[in-house]
Design a binder for this molecule. Sequence first.
Ligand code: CTP
Length: 403
Amino acid sequence: MKNLENKNILIGVTGGIAAYKVVEVASRLKKLGANVKVVMTKSATEFVSPRTFQEITKNAVYVEMFGDAANFNVAHISLADFADLVLVAPATANFLAKSAHGIADDLLTTTILAATAPKIFVPSMNTNMLENPATQDNIKILKQRGIKILEPADGELACGIVGKGRLPEPENICAEIVKFFSTEKILSGKKILVTAGGTLEPIDPVRYIGNRSSGKMGFEIAKAAENFGAEVILIAANTHLELPKNLKFVKVESAVEMREKVLSEFVSVDAVIMSAAVADYRVKNVSSQKIKKSEENLTLELVKNPDILKELGKLKTKQILVGFAAETENLFEYAEKKLAEKNLNFIVANNVSVEGAGFGVDTNIASIISRGGEVENFPLMSKAELAEKIIFKLIEILQGEKS
Ligand code: CTP
């Protein structure tokens, strides 16, 4: 089957020794039915001749920013518009640095800035260059902007050392591209409700009880669901993050308010992902005036908040329900208990006491526990990557239901 029929793929080739392997990537993509165009940096042409790519892709290969003035057609714009997907392989440290900082000093970097299509970069370089904090920071910036970075492989490098930095094998790069197109817009027609942030429970007009949730995880989930074509409603409590585009945003403060908004959307949605940190208790008698200090001790009486997810678990008909379990001990035991008690399809469990996981940071270390006890453990990854894993799991369940 030609999985990539009618897909326009722009390959950027930068100056790394692995450039020769990308000839095979281009060839495989062609065989899968894609229309492939190639932009090379000048250094890349030191490793592979543009003519090789031209023969393979049956398209002109672009290197020069300013070619023949008589045929000037603003190549960087037409190439950017052409692409359904931009693949840069190998992506050198220099290219990653320029791209992370918006530098556009050749045809490839200029085209990348102009292209709105999704992008996959495949770094390949010497291990020390890869592990250099400058390169790692640049990779982090690019990931945060939604660019997919394929992990370099381990093995013997051209420089003679053995380590991480090899370009993954062409078949693996192509498999990622096929996966990208097969899941693209796969959620179109589906409506997904995501909650994010941490609720604030008022004490008086100026004070509240709150928690440390920033809302980052929920925002990344909302973005990932939207990228896969879903109609997304994001109900967020007390977040200060840049609003993702193309979704319905509902701002709330307290758990009671969040419950009300969630319930009003629930019947029409296909899935709910409750990533919000909902306060378990609220102040029983909220003072209408600012509380003045008087006694040595002040006692606030707290009452239990509604458990929104548990309520949804009882009400659910067709909806897929996903919860979070942020724990500091007995992670799996507590998470499995929540999964069952709240009638969820799966739960994302993380130990918030581990460095790199939990509140405020851009990364997370989590496990997905499904009904039936299946557990997927993920290593430290960005919240954007974890969001994608969560959405993949959701897609799996939605597709299972269809068949
Ligand atoms: N949740 C909810 N309503 C609440 C509390 C939590 O919908 N009042 C949701 C959260 O969004 C999350 C999951 O339930 O998806 C977390 O489960 P929960 O048992 O409430 O976790 P904790 O609040 O951490 O509970 P505990 O203190 O018992 O660990």
